[in-house]
Every structure is written in C-alpha cells, then in structure tokens.
Ligand binder design. Sequence first.
Ligand code: NAD
Length: 491
Amino acid sequence: MELLQNYIDGGWRASNERQAIDVINPATQQCMARVPYGGGTVEDVDAAVAAAARAAAAWAEVPVMQRVQPLYRLKALLEEHLEELAETITNECGKTRAESVGELQRAIENVETACAAPLLMQSEFSENITRGIDEFVIRQPVGVCACIAPFNFPGMIPFWFLPYAIACGNTFLIKPSEKVPLTMQKVMGLIDRIGLPAGVVSLVHGGKETVDALLEHPGIKAISFVGSTQIARYIYAKAAQHGKRVQAQGGAKNPVVVLPDADLETTSRIIADSVYGCAGQRCLAASNIVLVGDQRGQIKDALYEAAKSRKTGYGLTEGVEMGPVITKESKTRIEHLIEQGTQEGATVLLDGRGAAIEGFEQGNFIQPTILTDVPLDGQLIRTEIFGPVMSLINLATVEEAVAFINRNAYGNMACLFTGSGASARKFRSEANAGNIGINIGVAAPMAQFPFSGWNDSFFGDLHGQGRHAIEFFTQTKVVIERWPKEWSRKF
Ligand code: NAD
C-alpha cells in the first residue's frame, strides 16, 4: 500500500513519521493509501517551513504579473485532469462525480480570480494630503503562510487561499485532512509542473501534532483554517497566541425559511439538493427547514417526495445522487443524533437509518431522513448533524423565523424562499448569518466574493476568496513622503 510522501522544497520527500493511518474509501471500505500521522511530522513541518522561508524573499521580489503566470498553467492542468481528480475526490470523500466536478470548478474559479492580483494589489495614493506631503499604501507579502483543511471539500477549500497567497508573493504550506489526503497529493503533482521556484508551495501530511507544529512555528506568519467550530476556536486562540494572523472558519447549522408564496416545486427540489447534496456534509447544507404558514402541509409533502426519490449509492455509479458519509464513526454519530431527536419529541417522517446499498453493503450509507415536530428547545435543533437529515419546523410569521435564526449560535448561512421582494429585503437585512440566499439553497459565494460566516461559524476578520484573500495575504505599509524643493538639486 502506498505510503504518502510530503512535497517539500520542490520535491517529494518521505515523512519523518513511521506511523501511518489508512485512507479509506467510504463507499467500499477499501484502503486506498496510508498517510503519515504522528509526532514525527513535526520535523516535516520544520523542513517545509525552512524551505518556504528560504524561497520567500526571492519570490516576493518577482513582479506580480510574473507571479500569476504559473497560475494560468495550473488552471490549464486542473482542467486537463478534471475527471481524474474528480474520481479521486469521490473515492476518498464519497460525494458523487457531479459534486466532485462542481467543487473542482470552484477551485479553478479561485485560480482565475487570483490571476487578477496585479489589479487587486494596487493601492491608495493621495497627493498633497497636507501641503507638500504625499501619502500612499504599499501591499507587501506576509511571508510563510499555511492552510489546514477539512475533509468535506478536499479539492476546493485549499484554493480559497493558495492561489491568492502565492499571487501576493507569499510562500504556502498545505496540511490536508488526513481523511482525504489524496486529492491534494494529485494536485501537488500538477503544481510541481507549473514552474514555481522550490519552496513556494509545500504539502505536509498529518493530524493534530502537525497542526500544532504549524501553529507554534515562529516561521509561519498566517494561518487559514477550515473545519469544525471546536477546532476553529482552538486554532484561532493558539495561532493568535503565537503572534500569527488567522482566519478560522467553523461549523454550521443552516436554517432555510419557506414562505407560502414560494414556488412549491422548485423550492422543494432546491431545498432537497441543499440538505442531501454531498450527503449533508457541506458547511452550507440546509438543516433546519422553517415552514411559515404551511397549514395544509403542502410544502412538507413536496419535500418528502423530493427526499424519498433521491438515489443513494457509490458516487461513480451512473444516476446516483447521494454518496456515503465519510466514516463509520460519522454514520454512527448521525444515527445517534436522529435517535436523540426522537427522544426529544421529534417524529421520523422518513427514516434513512440502516441503509443497505446492493454491492456496497460495507459503505457508510444513510438514506435521506426527515424529522418533523422538532422541539425548538431541544439539543438537536442546535447541533450540527453533518449528514443527510432535514429537520422541519413550523412557525407562523417571517418575524418568528428571523428570531429563530438569530438565536442560533452559528451564522454560516440563512436562506429564504419567497415571491415577495419586501420579505426578502427584510430577511437579508435582519438574519444574522454571513451568507444569505434568497431563493437559493446553497448560498456559496463565488470566488470574487468573500466566503463569509458569522458568530460561531467564523473566527477572525478577513475571509477566504476574492479581495478579502488579497488583504489577508498582504500587509499594508503606509508611506508618508515629503520632498522639499530646497533639499533637491535643481537640473
Ligand atoms: P475537523 O475540525 O475535524 O478537522 C479539520 C482539520 O483540523 C483537519 O485537517 C484535522 O487534521 C485538523 N484537526 C482535527 N482535530 C484537531 C485537533 N484536535 N487539533 C488540531 N487540529 C485538528 O473538521 P472536519 O470534520 O474535517 O470537517 C467538517 C467540519 O468543517 C464541519 O463542522 C463543517 O461545517 C466545517 N466546514 C466549515 C466550512 C466553512 O466555510 N465554514 C467549510 C467546510 C467545512
């Protein structure tokens, strides 16, 4: 079985760690590779940071127009290898081929947007801000930066940061999730071919020890993290304690509100896609569906039909619409949460537990599940399930719905389905969430916009993607200049 290597200083290097864990295909339980995991990876981090630090000064000196040229080559290579990368994502992460292709397209869009760095890095200049004095801002790279990624979008999330970081003149380390290290391993094989100087981008595998080494390393100046809230909080505090700038995206519990004037067919289809897409393992997956004024249960019935007809199976099988969840532990946890919901008083309208998929009996499958009458004062309504479970809640007014949303500790996404502009306007203004969808089920910002998030879903200030990423990966230097005529030689 292949033991994954790190990519450090422009080449593949064996890890200093002898221990490794299996990378498991969640549909088949087949072991696909082994990934180094343990305290020996601390030395790997040291080697990667040393190489990144050696490369940093010269890379920062390269004019930005030249720094983006390798990104154009990376875009072309990602497109050329799209199908093969998508298969890797499906095999290690479980999602369907279409979902894998979709996430890679989002990655490519970030590469394209980062190619605008020559323009985005331009800055402010004020002539004669006071008599005889000019003042302006220079954007300079931060230095060595690192990202720590989650399992659920192995091909996309590092791209919220990587292309912007290097376009801005930084050097960059990636620590993928140990559950899904193969996609970035393949991507690094492509990055190896785009003509970057050694040390500009590195890949280091591992788990907690590796992350702690990154957080504590004095050579690293900035940390970008995406994962669960508990770990995001830890990363934010520890990275700050070690003097780094940090952006830490956390978990979610996303509400979607449906008003009676929403189009029944489209709304139920989009919501089912949001709840069950990627088997509910999206940080923007709809989870609490708030039905306003659905006395006759029309929306509930439409959602039931949309959920029931969803085909679950191995993500590379033609026609499959939903894959497995990531691990056996995850499946057990989700099934326990469904049970907890019933103990709190919820009713199971559609039960996806105990799913057996022919030919994939060992897979971590859960079929679409719907809970109704979920109590508002219970735990389940607040807990991130991260699985294919829809909780239905009935409320009387849009005001009640907004109040419900704003009691949520998270704030990643809130969506509204309606035909009313006035309701939409009120909702987008008053709902406390970083990403708002109006008649949209997964309000995922495109690369030109920050991937936002509020409250317990985000710790920091500047987000990934677009202009926020350019700001995060540059430090501003303000220059105040005076050139008195009498000091200058006249020519
Ligand atoms: P996770 O927090 O378990 O792991 C994320 C990363 O942190 C991994 O690389 C892992 O190796 C590392 N890590 C895990 N435990 C650690 C510890 N104790 N100390 C230091 N590092 C540790 O998250 P996950 O299960 O991989 O991903 C799913 C979570 O990510 C969900 O909560 C989801 O909502 C969230 N997520 C959020 C966003 C967003 O934009 N807000 C996007 C994607 C995923």
